[in-house]
Design a protein around this ligand. Structure first.
Ligand code: ZN
Length: 348
């Protein structure tokens, strides 16, 4: 069969090539690929700056935002041929740490977890793949190819859960939330925030293109420019840019007792030189929380499937701005300014 493979840490090594059929050791459920989403992590792996091949091999099958159709459900119950499913990305570490031991591998404490298409296990960008019972989520069949948005939705399902966990601290009824960044993660974070009944605001650099309209269509408010200029103090900020200035501005702008949830990763870029003691003073005097959130466990995959199922299909459709066949993987890994979500589509 054909797959998109990469030699991690070797720039320009991405190939669409012949590989063996998926090993039965990788799961009793056989699936044919429908589509795989591309995100910043894939672009990093392709550029040679991230990723780990399986032990004893040089190349890794890329792709972690999966959508597949069950060919053979295997001996375990719960699936039928033709069902649409999405594979869970992370696998618990072998020790396991306490969090992995209770199924919270997204909170792994020792970093020895593995991840499909990223860290030591093949991903989903192959004509067929296998998955273990318990490591997939069924997708509402009426979503069709839009189910490929499920994995990025899990990331924000977890982020909102982290925010909700802060209600245990004190009496707190958040009403307003700002999402920074209107990429796929930011837009999906906004969608979930609207579903939760919050007054949602989204901030992005873009002043034209589809982002302002997509935010408006959610019933949310769009802002461009600086976080400091939004004109109110949000109860919650979901930070999806990873940009130093936006992070610092978010910490300063969030209201008293509020929560800043960081989901973006970046490097450097701090332009204000805000001293640590000043940040601490802002947090202390307002009882604020900064929480980092990454990855997702089975519960978040379930929540994401519910959220997508309840979402407007025309709106979701507009998040997918390019559909590329696997042989054009190089084009898929190239970012266009108007891209929101690019997907590799297998059964075109
Ligand atoms: Zn662990």
């Amino acid at each position: 069969m054909k797959a998109v493979t990469v030699a991690p840490r070797a720039a320009g090594s991405v190939r669409y090539e012949e590989v063996p059929e998926p090993d039965t050791d990788t799961g009793s459920i056989l699936v044919e690929a429908v589509a795989v989403g591309i995100c910043g992590t894939d672009i990093e792996i392709a550029s040679g700056s991230y990723g780990w091949a399986p032990r004893g091999r040089e190349r890794l099958i890329l792709g972690h935002e999966s959508l597949g159709r069950v060919l053979d459900p295997g001996p375990h119950g719960g699936l039928n041929p033709g069902d649409l499913i999405v594979g869970i990305v992370r696998r618990p570490d072998p020790v396991p740490c306490p969090n992995c031991a209770v199924g919270e591998w997204d909170m792994c404490r020792n970093g020895q977890y593995t991840e499909r298409g990223i860290k030591e296990i093949d991903g989903f960008m192959s004509a067929r793949w296998r998955i273990e019972p318990g490591f997939y989520t069924k997708v509402d069949p009426t979503l069709g190819v839009l189910g490929v948005l499920l994995e990025p939705t899990t990331v924000v399902a977890k982020a909102w859960e982290q925010v909700a966990a802060m209600r245990a601290r004190a009496f707190w009824e958040p009403r307003t939330a700002l999402v920074t960044g209107a990429g796929p993660i930011g837009l999906l974070a906004a969608m979930l925030g609207v579903q939760l009944g919050l007054d949602i605001h989204v901030l992005d650099r873009a002043t034209t293109g589809s982002k302002p309209r997509l935010v408006h269509d959610l019933g949310a408010t769009y802002h461009s420019g600086s976080v400091a200029d939004i004109g109110f103090e949000p109860d919650v900020i979901i930070e999806c840019t990873g940009v130093g200035q936006v992070i610092v501005d978010s910490i300063r702008q969030v209201g008293a007792g509020g929560v800043v949830c960081l989901t973006g990763v970046g490097t450097g870029g701090l332009t204000t030189g805000l001293p640590a003691a000043d940040v601490a003073t802002e947090l202390v005097l307002q009882n604020n929380v900064i929480v980092g959130s990454v990855n997702a466990n089975r519960r978040h995959f379930y929540r994401a499937a519910e959220a997508l199922s309840a979402a407007n299909r025309d709106w979701l459709e507009q998040l997918i701005t390019r559909r590329v066949p696997p042989q054009d993987i190089t084009a898929a890994l190239h970012r266009d300014p108007d891209d929101i979500k690019v997907i590799v589509e297998f059964d075109k």
